[in-house]
Ligand binder design. Sequence first.
Ligand code: G3H
Ligand code: 13P
Ligand code: ZN
Length: 351
Amino acid sequence: MPLVPMRQILDEAAKGGYGVGAFNVNNMEQIQAIMEAANETKSPVIIQASRGALKYSRMIYLKKLMEAAVIEYPDVPVALHLDHGNSVATCKQAIELGFTSVMMDGSLGEDGKTPNSYEQNVEVTRAVVELAHPLGVTVEGELGCLGGIEDGHGAGIAVDDTDHLTDPAQAEDFVAQTGLDALAVAIGTSHGAYKSLRKDPKTGEMLPPALAMDRIHDIHERMPNCHMVMHGSSSVPRELVDIINQYGGKMPNTYGIPIEQIQDGLKHGVRKINVDTDSRLAMTGAVRKVLVEHPDKFDPRDWLGPAREASKQVYIKRMVAFGQAGHAGDYKQMSLDDMKKLYKNGSMAKV
Ligand code: G3H
Ligand code: 13P
Ligand code: ZN
């Protein structure tokens, strides 16, 4: 089966009351690990690539690897999504490459750093919807700004800043004005491994970031059909950071997003959960371990193989925790052409 439009995966997740992990990839091993995990757990899945990933993989390699993935696992519904598109042109390029979903991150300007005005965000997101829907392609938009900065992307907002969280009333207007399919919300998560500045005043131990889950609850009450997206949702498991440090890494104590908070989101309209950092941690720990324990080794397969396996184990855990496991065979996979017709004849429900 070809890649499916992300909208179908999200609609089905809403019907089934579960969430779907959207995992970032840059290379063959990550794609294989995700597909193996999805196949073994019988999960629909979203594979996403950032602009950085497209540059690193030189685009055509990523496209061909994804073609191989759907040939190898035809029973796994998989969408290919552009993560944090910065302009209409970038989204257009991804669509031309065969992506079945794009994120127009109009919360920031084209530089991926400067926050946009609300009006600019509406304008650019609506422009991408007008471009994508006639082709059957799904659109994710973002309202509010995430904290932190990753690979040059992000406004550099402090991770404990609350001024840039999503305003639920504005979210209602944003969804109506843009006609998007999925809404990324800013609720206090941030990209990367360092998501929290909070410390226990007595012990000095790091605490998880304080999340404004009430914003998700409020948006879900206002728009029960709106598919929400949680970015920055890696859990940064202590055991993965420990492996990195045990084998020569120097990562300070840190905390990610507890799975329980994500699961609370799933009960209130969150359907897509973005995870990148956890896979990065698993792969880095596995590579460090091999090279420290076997300093004589020099065949890349000796460390890329364990890295692939370590990330696969993370994906399996997330697929089970998000509830997507067991749902791959629930529905007949749609093509972009099928979806195109639904948008065209107006039978696609407003989110
Ligand atoms: O948006 C953040 C994702 O983790 C992608 O990161 O831009 O370093 O590929 P990246
Ligand atoms: P993490 O850095 O928490 O994995 O978030 C990834 C993300 O949101 C990609 O868009
Ligand atoms: Zn993100």
